[in-house]
Design a protein around this ligand. Sequence first.
Ligand SMILES: [Zn+2]
Length: 311
Amino acid sequence: MSHVSDFRGPIYRAAIELAPGVPLYVHLVKGADYAVWIDSGVASMFAQLTEVIARAGLRDSDLRFILHTHSHHDHIGSNAQLKDRTGCLIAAHPHYAAWHADFERHYQEFARPFPHLVPDTPALRAEVLDPLDAPRPIDIGIDEGVSFHLGGGVSLTAISLPGHMLAELGWLEASTRTLILGDAITGLDWTLFHSHLSVAGYRGSLAKLRALATSGEVEQVLFAHFAPMSAPRLEDLIQRAERYIDEVEATMLRILAGSEVVSLETLWSETCRRMGRLQEFRALNMVYAHVQDLHERGLLEETEPETYRLR
Ligand SMILES: [Zn+2]
């Protein structure tokens, strides 16, 4: 039986449009002994995931693991359906283990770390919770360096790439020099800020990706929210991401420089207004990450709770 892969080598993909201009790609990697999904997309993708398993010439029981990049709702959304159907195990970085097992906690920690600024509404709950099928605790906690050998020379090795979240992994398939990423490089020109939670972490991960792109270890790069690209094009995207982080920081510094003191709420609303993005919870989390970064670098002080001035 022969099956044509969606990419060079043993990699297949499921795809939907998550929002206008925001695709969501989920990748299946097939070895001689077993197969894995890298993430599981959103709950409504389940039928497509099972079709891809069949298209790859696999039986359900060949799916041994879901290997996660990170634990956001649009990356773990079909976990329960996949696990119940195939018996696969769920492997993820343990930092966000609770987000897999307790969706109320997932909602509150993701969308409402500042509950006084982001009201609990049915619409917000639906946005966060509708992509999720049912809680399934992670089976295996993993971190950088762990390797899965799928058979026939196909292997996946985890690379730590924090920034978008405080813990995220990329997966390097050695036989095809393919790097499979979740959101380690965030959406840069969406209508909302895709968000990052550690500025230093994001900058460090971009530097690490640049080193990988130029090392010869990576030829093609597959993403959750960008079209596939070659290693040289990855370098262009990394440069764009660095400029984007710089622009967020410069915008916030200008807002801070314009007043004696500035509240977190004003930094949030003004950064969104000046950069033309929706004012929603992801932006608030990102702005707070930059506040923490500026504070750690000695550029900003907190004069009273959630109120800041430049030093
Ligand atoms: Zn994400």
